[in-house]
Each structure stands twice: as structure tokens, then as C-alpha cells.
Design a binder for this molecule. Structure first.
Ligand code: UGA
Length: 406
């Protein structure tokens, strides 16, 4: 993503990876992931984009290396740094006399660059960080589904480095975007990424907790938060209550921060509750459904499997615990998603995968899990709908309609 956007800004970019299938796709102007606008950038900037599996070759021919590999969670929530370490060894090995700057975009906990990445780079290269090569943290704040738009119109770019040369290089790289650039130390920059995601996740769980209470009062939590959000100290965004957050970032990053704090002997009661509240929302949805329809031996339709619209990503999607709970309660489940069904089949091969959303509407009840735009055009008349994402047309039309927090 970063590479395609930097190419769009006029830079020559070499994509490095192990998966030759993905590299071939990139070279052919095909996006290896579903991300609106990405393919257009790859096609448009083809002459500035090259691909290779050879890290040394890429390091030798460029000024900056962006480390963008994943930091997935271990079972205890802590970050698995193996990909970051492997790449750091290879980059370190390739550092030579040419002054090169290593930029860490991967989400890593405070201290990782100084305690893990720099020692690897120095040992492999025999050189000194900040003197012989540059190093910086430059976390990612893009949202899946709107990543291209977010890159060019971000609220801020964060650059963490104690090295004036790397700072200047990165500041000039991002200056055409004309967005605020926040320059700081490496550790602060690493923490800004985690604190941002943890705060947004907290906002969502807070909206859900208050939203569950609103539901008991028969009031609309969206109206409540429209009023609350007018306070400029609070802001109205990320208050959409409902089924909770999924994806590859919030659950993973909050979990990693909790595990890291435990290591440091710091209590994280708020963050643990953020996860607990999020885990409860799918169960609330099933309870709400059971009030209207005991689900044993009934067919329940699920609209949406992706963790959010405009992506085929199902990592930590709320559809997963929801469907597990429905199956445990003895329901038959029919599902539809515009792009995420292939990914979901690997996890749940035995569900009924509908060929259209209309087919899902023939079920005894319909649960709305992802707010795809297409779900705003369906005919919900006569249906029993439990909505986790607030689809207006379903609210207006369904014979029986329950919003999760409204
Ligand atoms: C999130 C952050 O928003 C990005 O700033 C960050 O760069 C990214 O993680 C990352 O660390 O890479 P992303 O996970 O792609 O982005 O998507 P979001 O739009 O933040 O949504 C995450 C989840 O929260 C979704 O399941 C969404 O449905 C849910 N959500 C979001 C709510 O339930 N309510 C809201 O008000 C907003």
C-alpha cells in the first residue's frame, strides 16, 4: 500500500517479498488484496514500480527501506516479531558504504526498534545506527477499505528518530502531502501507534457499553453519541455502536499492549474491559434474536462476513464468534458477503454460501454483520432482522427489527 502511494508521489519503488505470486501480480498491475483504488495506482505507476525477492538488491539500489511485514499475535497476545527480525537480518547484511535509512512501518511495541531491530542491523552490518545508517519509526494509520484515501489525506504523519538526516529525509518525502508531520523520538512514535489504536478501540467498546444500556431504555445510542460528539474535546467519530470491532489491528494491538504492560508490571484494567465488552457483543446479538425466535433447527441468515465493508478481510470479524454461537445453539446458517466468502469458506466449510443477499433474506431471521452499501438496497419487508450495523432500510422496513444498541 505504502509502496503504491509513494510511486504515485513520483518515487521509484522496489517491492520486496518472498511470495512470487504476489510480486507477479504487483508487476502486472493487479492488487494482491481487495483494496479500493490500489489497483489503479499500480497500473498508473507501473514504470516506477519494480519487484524482487532479493532484499540486498533492493537495499543497494534505494535510499530508504520500509519494513512493512506483519507482527501477528502469539497465543498470549504478545507480538510475534519473527518476520521483522528476519527482514532486519537481511537488510543489515546488505548495508554497505552507501548511506541507507531503514524505516519501520510495521506495528512494533515501544523499545522494539532500539532493543531488537537496531542491534540486529548493527551486528549484521558492523555499522553504527544514526552514524553509518539511518533508522526511523513511521507508523501506519491507514484503514482497510479507505487506505489510498487515508494515505493522501491523513490527519498526521508521525516520524520517530533521533537521527537528523533520517528526519529530514522523511519530512521531505511526506511534505508534498501537506499534512501535519509530528516528529519525535523512536519510542514515542512506537507508542503513538498503540495508544491511537487502543484509544479508538476503547471508544468503540465505550459506545457499545453505553449502547447496551440505551437499548434497555429503548433509546437510540446513535442519537446520544451525536449529542456527545458535539463536544470538540470528544469528537463524533468512532462512536458507531453495534457488533464491535474486528480486523487485524484493534484486537491484536490492544492484546499486545496488555501483554506488554503485564511484562512491565503495569495494570491495564481499562484495556482488558475493552476486549471483554467487544467479546460480548456477538452473544448479545444471539440473545436478542432468541427473544423473537428460538434458533434451534431454524435457518438464520447472516449478511456480511468481512470485518468491515470494502474489504475481503475476515480476520477477527465479529461474524466468526457470532456464527459459532448460532451453530452451538443448533441453528442452520446461510451467509452472504460480496467479497469475503472465499476467505470465510476456509474457516467454515459447511455453512450454506448464498449466491445473492436476496437468498439470505429467505431465512427465518436475518442478522446484519457488515454494513456493505449493497445491503441498503435490499427488500426487508416482512422479515425478522437483528441489525449489528444500523442499515437504514432494514430499520424502516423490517416486520420485526431490533438494533443492537438502538
Ligand atoms: C484501524 C485504525 O482505524 C487505523 O487508523 C489503523 O491504521 C489500522 O487499524 C491499523 O492499525 O493498521 P482498520 O482496522 O483497517 O483500521 O479499520 P477501522 O475502520 O478502524 O475499523 C476497525 C473495526 O472497528 C471494524 O470492525 C469496524 O466495524 C469497527 N468500528 C469502527 C466500530 O465498530 N465502530 C466504529 O465507530 C468504528
Amino acid at each position: 500500500m505504502t509502496g503504491a502511494c509513494l510511486a504515485e508521489m513520483g518515487h521509484r519503488v522496489r517491492f520486496v517479498g518472498r511470495d512470487t505470486g504476489k510480486l507477479d501480480a504487483i508487476r502486472a498491475g493487479k492488487s494482491p488484496i481487495f483494496e479500493p483504488g490500489l489497483e489503479e495506482l499500480l497500473v498508473k505507476n507501473r514504470e516506477r514500480i519494480e519487484t524482487t525477492t532479493d532484499i540486498a538488491d533492493a537495499v543497494h539500489r534505494t535510499d530508504l527501506s520500509f519494513i512493512c511485514v506483519g507482527t501477528p499475535p502469539h497465543n498470549d497476545g504478545s507480538s510475534d516479531l519473527s518476520q521483522v527480525e528476519t527482514v532486519s537480518h537481511a537488510i543489515g547484511n546488505a548495508l554497505d558504504t552507501w548511506h541507507h535509512t531503514v524505516v519501520v512501518k510495521s506495528t512494533v511495541l515501544p523499545g522494539t526498534i532500539e532493543e531488537v531491530i537496531i542491534p540486529i542491523l548493527e551486528t549484521e552490518s558492523g555499522k553504527k545506527a544514526f552514524a553509518d545508517f539511518g533508522i526511523a519509526s513511521n507508523p501506519e494509520f491507514l484503514k482497510e477499505g479507505t487506505a489510498v484515501q487515508d494515505f493522501f489525506h491523513t490527519d498526521r504523519v508521525v516520524i520517530g528518530t533521533q537521527d537528523p538526516r533520517s528526519k529530514e529525509l522523511l519530512e521531505s518525502l511526506y511534505s508534498p502531502l501537506q499534512v501535519p508531520v509530528f516528529s519525535t523520538t523512536i519510542r514515542v512514535s512506537e507508542m503513538i501507534k498503540f495508544a491511537s489504536n487502543a484509544f479508538l478501540a476503547t471508544k468503540i467498546s465505550f459506545a457499545n457499553e453505553v449502547g447496551n444500556l440505551c437499548k434497555e431504555h429503548g433509546i437510540d445510542s446513535y442519537e446520544v453519541f451525536a449529542g456527545v460528539g458535539l463536544d470538540t474535546r470528544i469528537s463524533p467519530s468512532f462512536f458507531r455502536s453495534g457488533l464491535g470491532f474486528g480486523g487485524s489491528c484493534f484486537p491484536k494491538d490492544v492484546g499486545a499492549l496488555i501483554a506488554h504492560a503485564k511484562d512491565k508490571g503495569v495494570d491495564t484494567r481499562i484495556l482488558s474491559s475493552v476486549i471483554a465488552t467487544n467479546d460480548d457483543q456477538p452473544e448479545h446479538m444471539v440473545s436478542l434474536l432468541q427473544k423473537h425466535l428460538p434458533v434451534r433447527d431454524r435457518t438464520i441468515g447472516v449478511l456480511g462476513l468481512a470485518f468491515k465493508p470494502d474489504t475481503d478481510d475476515i480476520r477477527e470479524s465479529r461474524a466468526i464468534p457470532l456464527i459459532k454461537s448460532l451453530l452451538n445453539a443448533g441453528a442452520r446458517v446461510i451467509v452472504y458477503d460480496p467479497v469475503a466468502m472465499d476467505n470465510f469458506r476456509h474457516l467454515f466449510p459447511d455453512l450454506t454460501y448464498a449466491s445473492s443477499p436476496t437468498e439470505v433474506l429467505t431465512a427465518d431471521a436475518v442478522l446484519i454483520v457488515t454494513e456493505w452499501k449493497a445491503f441498503e438496497t435490499l427488500d426487508y419487508r416482512g422479515k425478522l432482522v437483528i441489525d449489528g450495523r444500523r442499515i437504514r432500510k432494514a430499520r424502516e422496513e423490517a416486520a420485526v427489527y431490533e438494533g443492537l444498541c438502538w
